[in-house]
Ligand binder design. Sequence first.
Ligand code: ADP
Ligand code: MG
Length: 588
Amino acid sequence: MAKVRILPDRVANQIAAGEVIERPAAVVKELVENSLDAGATRIEVEFRHGGRSLMRVEDNGCGLSRDDALLALERHATSKIAEAADLDRLASYGFRGEALPSIASVARFELQTREAAGDVGTEILVNGGKFIHVRDCGRPVGTRIEVTHLFNSVPARRKFLKTDQTEAAHIVQCVRLYALACPRTAFTLIEDGRVVFRSPECSTLAERIAEIFGRQTAAELVPLEAMETGMRLSGLIGRPGVGRGTRHEMIVFVNARPVDSRTLNYALIESYHESLPKGRYPLAFVFFECDPAAVDVNVHPAKREVRFRSETAVRGFVIRAVLERLREIGSAEAGNRKLASDVTVTLSVGKAAAPFAPVLPAPDLSHAQPERRVLDNMPRPRSAAPAPIENRESKNENPDWRFVGLAHGNYALFETAAGLVLLDRRAAHERVWFERLQEQFRAGAVPCQRLLLPLPLELDPIASVLLFDRLAFLNAHGFEVAEFGRNFFRVEAVPAWMEPADAEPFLRDLLGALRDGRLQGKDPDVAREELARLAAAKAVRLRETGGEAELSALVGQLFATRHPLTSPGGRPTYIELNHGELARRFQK
Ligand code: ADP
Ligand code: MG
């Protein structure tokens, strides 16, 4: 017979911890939120070994009295709400009263705190949910929480932790998000004794983004500000045409809370529909604000997801706001573009250097020789491009297709003995490039071109870890990328097929693919294939008009591949309409 019993607090807390505290970064998130809720203007976060051995969050917030501190460790103890209706007026990150007891149940947890009214501080120590001591301690007003031996008492969870580097990257990313959300609070983040970033109080959002996400990213953004009844959208968004291969750089806050909101993400993607090619995601750091009653943050254990009372209204507002801004920028930049293209012409015929300010992160300039720097950042003449595809020899006979013409720059019509063929020019080129690159990869002989001056690449910490892990792989495939400082890399050579100007966006896309788990396979062939797929899409550069020579040669090359029927992405390369089909269509 089943016997129903109420779980002891310690067990209940450990179970709750399973939901709230998935990984070290979740501890940091909860503690930083508490510090912000306590009104801190200064927060210092330190961790060691990806948070496994130590996480410490110290603030100058309001602090707690001894009684309150003891109470705060009880389940469902919170100072932030008193009744369910308060959720509609929520102005704090926390409200469930779950985080502290959950963390204390799965780690060694030491809290030191002092409120302004108290003349002495309180220290409480709990280990794996077991209360050890409470005593007076000396400390300034504010709170310091130190979490060590995370998940020691729950080995099952410890097993799920990734490498220290990966866990560290998640912690860094988490602190970055809160530092963005609260530019008025000074943040210091220290990893293994080294300062990762230190953001002073009162910086603007743009400064914070530049400090934390890098100047390269900041330079690609434009400010956004819009208001409608009860809703406000502000922040910075990518210029039209600036996109990423994944959603990781669409960063969205709802009432200052970093969230993963489908509604807002879709609204952003949709707004960029005409400003980005298909499959690209916008770059955005946007803050949506509304009446707390219009949004439910209580739908996810870690509060990552939110639900809006009126999803349609929010979506409509965001799309209108972003579209309008993109249009403004579009028309403002149309004028500039004309100017810029004039400059390009001058440069490529080798006239004196023009003030073509390259966007480089500050540290990279020190080692550069100025005269070469200018040269290297100039647009390259097309002659630097790899040999055009029609110069390649084809192994097989062309099938008996007679070129008729090219429509929309991409669809080539051929007459064949069996009827008609419509060839997708891009898909066919991609297939040819894909197999050519795969061959190079297999042979371990990827021709590469050395850059006159290395290209700086500044990444977020998660991307940096991923790139770092794959340096050997990239270096074996035509790149030469070297680590150059924390989150900084230098691209010293790129594959011969690549325009040097494409290297940065390509590597960012590649990292996006890595982040989505592609290219991850233990089997190097799988990773190589994915790399070739990405590369093939980039390597194809179609001229405006394709002539008979190119297209006939292309058909030959296509049929020399192993899978001429499909593009590397699996789409058909051509469609055949045989006489029977034509007769049927024309009802002959
Ligand atoms: P919640 O944040 O949902 O209220 P927590 O378990 O995270 O629940 O915290 C419990 C309570 O402890 C909070 O409501 C707050 O009163 C207090 N507290 C936690 N951290 C701090 C801090 N850094 N400074 C002041 N008070 C804090
Ligand atoms: Mg909390």
